[in-house]
Design a protein around this ligand. Structure first.
Ligand code: SF4
Length: 339
């Protein structure tokens, strides 16, 4: 018999897999890869996960989340947490996808590392039956870390597995998990950074995008990771690079999309400074404001008069130059800053 485990990369899901392996059931695992990681980071995350899961000899499936995940993210039924993290909907989404995969790989049930009371919204005891019902998988989701606190599942009722060896962990304490990790000699360093959607600054940018565009795309979500973001009007925003790497990302983005309309690349000439990308349909005044913001983050002396070059995308590829006095043209960033 086979089970499919939802693997988060954390200790709890590693332990859940181990506890199910102890019942004699073969386990495969699935990790849901968020769509807005840049390729090099995807690679780093996958390598890390494979190293962790190799300790248990488990086959790992990487499931790349796509457009349907973004649609859920735009309008989560149960709302967001502190940032743009729709944890309850996200979790239900993962379980539904895992349910489909369970059938494809001929697994009999799902396993998660959830713990009763660990997270206020999705892991209090009463949430589990509601989650299970909403996924259409009631009775088929086994949570071995809190097994003693939860009603028996179908695999237990039918005698496929016995969870008598499993703990009854409750709440946020980690003592039992750490003891079990020691017992099973598991290494468990979680991937750095955690879920980006729980990051308050990132969340602010996601919500700005939703408010102005009404829709999320992978490309835009990736771009939210780069630079300082400024909202100049509902129709126009600017992103200013914070370092060489970010300037390269912004330059690459402009070059890739140079044939589309509504994209601007700005650079203050004559001294080191950032590259800026403008997105949308600006008025002349808004473009000048973005040139001023670009200049504000450049190394030109105060009171110097500087030329800011502005390259526009689209058919015309036109180039404009603004001559601006740094002192006079420096708008207050806080007035426009998203993060
Ligand atoms: S922390 Fe992120 S990945 Fe996890 S449930 Fe919440 S939104 Fe989804």
């Amino acid at each position: 018999m086979k089970a499919l485990a939802l693997f988060s990369g954390g200790l709890d899901s590693l332990l859940a897999i181990k506890l199910i392996q102890e019942t004699g059931v073969e386990v495969e695992a699935v990790y849901f890869l968020q769509p807005f990681l840049p390729p090099e980071e995807e690679e780093r995350v996958i390598t890390h996960l494979q190293k962790l899961i190799a300790q248990l000899g488990v086959k790992l499936h990487i499931f790349r989340l796509g457009e349907d995940y973004l649609r859920m993210l735009e309008n989560p039924k149960h709302g967001y947490g502190k940032a743009a993290n729709p944890c309850l909907d996200c979790h239900i989404f993962f379980l539904r996808k895992a349910g489909e995969m369970m059938n494809e790989i001929d697994a009999a049930f799902l396993v998660t590392g959830e713990v009763v009371g660990q997270r206020p919204k999705s892991q209090y005891r009463g949430a589990f039956p509601k989650i299970d019902e909403e996924t259409g998988l009631a009775g088929l989701i086994v949570r071995p870390l809190s097994a003693g606190l939860l009603p028996p599942t179908i695999p237990e009722d039918k005698g496929w597995i016995s969870l008598r060896h499993c703990p009854s962990i409750q709440g946020r304490q980690r003592k039992i998990q750490l003891e079990l990790a020691k017992k099973y000699r598991l290494e468990y360093e979680a991937p750095a950074g955690g879920c980006l959607l729980t990051n308050v600054e990132y969340g602010r940018k996601v919500k700005d995008l939703l408010k102005t565009e009404g829709r999320l795309t992978v490309e835009h979500l990736r771009l939210l990771r780069t630079g300082r973001h400024f909202r100049l009007s509902p129709n126009f925003k600017g992103i200013i690079g914070r370092n060489h790497r970010e300037n390269q990302v912004l330059f690459g983005y402009f070059c890739q999309n140079r044939h589309a309309e509504g994209l601007y690349l700005l650079k203050a000439l004559g001294a080191p400074g950032p590259l800026t990308v403008g997105l949308g349909q600006p008025t002349a005044e808004e473009l000048t404001t973005l040139a001023g913001l670009t200049l504000r983050y450049s190394d030109h002396a105060p009171d110097s008069t500087v030329t800011v070059k502005i390259l526009a995308s689209g058919k015309e590829h036109h180039l404009a130059e603004h001559s601006v006095l740094k002192r006079l043209s420096s708008p207050q960033p806080d007035r426009y800053r998203i993060t």
